[in-house]
Design a protein around this ligand. Sequence first.
Ligand SMILES: Nc1ncnc2c1ncn2[C@@H]1O[C@H](COP(=O)(O)OP(=O)(O)OP(=O)(O)O)[C@@H](O)[C@H]1O
Ligand SMILES: [Mg+2]
Length: 327
Amino acid sequence: MTSLLEVKNLQVDYVLPRGVVRAVDNVSFDIQPGEIVGLAGESGCGKTTAAHAILRLLRPPAEIGGGQVLFQGKDLLTLNIDQMRAYRWRHISIVFQSAMNSLNPVISIGDQFVDTFQTHEKLRRREALERAAELLRLVGIDPSRLRGFPHELSGGMRQRVVIALALALRPELIVMDEPTTALDVVVQRDILQQIQDLQKRLNFAVLFITHDLSLLVEFSSRIAIMYAGKVAEFAPASELFHHPAHPYTVGLMESFPSITGERRRLTGIPGSPPDLGRPPSGCRFNPRCPKRMEICPAIEPRLAEIKAGHAVACHLYPESTPRAGRA
Ligand SMILES: Nc1ncnc2c1ncn2[C@@H]1O[C@H](COP(=O)(O)OP(=O)(O)OP(=O)(O)O)[C@@H](O)[C@H]1O
Ligand SMILES: [Mg+2]
């Protein structure tokens, strides 16, 4: 079966006066039709950059340095602007990070839907509003809100509106970049539940981006862990939870928020992520790694399967050590 999305060796650079920051470095993962895949990692590890590269939303100083983004087998990186526009929103949509503040404050909720529809389809205003009403019902908001403005809605409601907008053209894939982070825990749960219900009904796939790994463990089928621009581990959610292989993943697990949902700073991993303009040699995690070995600063591990479906980039696993570097 063709993957819905296959990201292969993706590379994104920010070309800055002080030098090149490689924010996404040789990143590969796939999403199957109707699957929820999580992308997790600390702030600044390249999650949003990767997401924007997939939708071709990057602007200078960002540059795609290489790789492929295969959507149903077609490489989106080879499309021209018009061809790409035909994919965006209709086949892949995105809920932007801090999206609930991205609604235009001076345009009514209804008109934001009308604009979205009319950008992509020839549709009369009335028809667009009818479809908008249907979408609002789908996310649990009374269609009378179409006449209202964003400031009249709570944060949770605004976020639901943004999700409804992402659903508008029934895409096969929705990228959700931290869709619940700004919300309190109870609202966050409600929205996650709703996304899951909608996903079952409409069968779209989701790339769900968050720094909160505990959310993903319940919510996604597979999880990619990013560290400093690279995928450190990619595994089914339950496998990752019960048998995390990369010391970074283990550290993230130990940093889970407490059961009451109270937010804590990461306690499982000492130190902070590196400056991507000057990443450490070898394994990028080596300066913070409790399991560091001699080889780690010398040779970069590669992402390799240690079990069927479970890939990790760490020298603790011989599969990860390139042949020339093996003892
Ligand atoms: N516009 C920009 N110009 C220069 N560098 C940037 C820009 N945006 C991001 N970066 C660099 O790219 C790296 C990855 O940023 P990105 O926003 O993709 O991370 P993230 O994982 O989404 O973080 P967060 O969890 O905080 O949203 C950052 O470390 C930053 O140094
Ligand atoms: Mg981000």
